[in-house]
Design a protein around this ligand. Structure first.
Ligand code: ZN
Length: 125
């Protein structure tokens, strides 16, 4: 899904229903000049066997735009993986988007998005 971070940088976000949270790679966060915020409690990153892969100690707060969909989102900074930006299951459950996998199209039509995330033009009611 193409997204825009802080109205400036376009990125491809991977929607991953197997991911337990939203993650941004530390290199990507650094390149975008995002300011890391320390988490109150570091969070363990585990692989599928439950083995520790490292710790998440910081996150960034960004404005995330995806077409007409806009929100402020926290992204955990992760030192591993190959994807710059991963959007995980809690986000998918919260926004509940309609995804047409065959056409790679995503539509935000849930009640939550209508009330919270869809940008409205001031001229429409
Ligand atoms: Zn939404």
């Amino acid at each position: 899904m193409p997204v825009v971070i802080n109205k400036a940088t376009e990125l491809k976000a991977l929607l991953d229903s197997g991911a337990s949270n939203n993650f941004i790679h530390q290199e990507t966060a650094r390149k975008l000049g995002l300011t890391p915020i320390r988490k109150q409690e570091p969070q363990e990153v585990k692989d599928i066997q439950g083995k520790n892969l490292g710790w998440i100690s910081h996150y960034v707060k960004v404005m995330l735009d995806a077409a007409q969909h806009q929100e402020i989102i926290n992204l955990n900074i992760i030192p591993l993986g190959i994807h710059g930006l991963v959007i995980g299951l809690p986000w998918l459950q919260k926004h509940d988007p309609d995804i047409k996998w065959s056409k790679q199209k995503i539509r935000f039509s849930s009640m939550f998005c209508k009330e919270n995330c869809n940008r409205r033009s001031p001229h429409t009611v």
